[in-house]
Design a protein around this ligand. Sequence first.
Ligand code: C5P
Length: 234
Amino acid sequence: MVDTKGPLIVALDFDTATEALDLVDLLDPDTCRVKVGKQLFTREGPAILKALGARGFDVFLDLKFHDIPNTVANACVAAAEQGAWMVNVHASGGSRMMVAARDALAKLSNPPKLIAVTVLTSMASEDLLETGTPASPMERVLLLAELAQQAGMDGVVCSAQEAQQLRARLGPDFNLVTPGIRLPENNVGDQRRVLSPSDALAAGANYLVVGRPITAAPDPAGALEHIRSSIEAD
Ligand code: C5P
């Protein structure tokens, strides 16, 4: 377990604040955190972060910043000012961009965790090739994760199936945030490479991003508890 709230981050992939808040009102902020991505944030703006914070939830603001260093650094500070607990940037923006973000956040009294995205899990070798990258996705993930660590990031987002290799390479103190989590009885949906919660933790993940297995469940609180007990039982 990472801490008393546990490793679960519930992905609030909704169109409206009403849907997101109806869902979180079924959950306990002491047993999970939540993730707000581009879909919800672009419609609802910072008000959704305030509403979630007021309910006691830690919020991972998943906007994957990728821009010139000054812009990304200022965007990370803006996210921190809205109360984000975790923010992320694209490692492919380079070390100068990541260092600028890290240095800007270091000036704050309670900075959010700063996480880098390596290779989007939707990208296969041919997608990398057409963007001028001949390396395999795994080679590219390792290179970008090492760059992120050297640039002082707190961790990376990675697929659960990359976690073991990254944990071995990057040591015990680097956070691995992994989506693509499913229990055996769950629908895989559009995820390609999935792992169970306890297997992902055993592989070295610190935080597990879980969306539809909780948000689309008939009983979201029960689904979350079921996942928590599947972890504790292990
Ligand atoms: O519903 P599901 O559990 O598949 O949701 C996973 C969440 O993690 C979604 O918010 C998705 O955008 C996000 N994500 C992902 N794969 C990545 C990075 C983020 O599925 N590589």
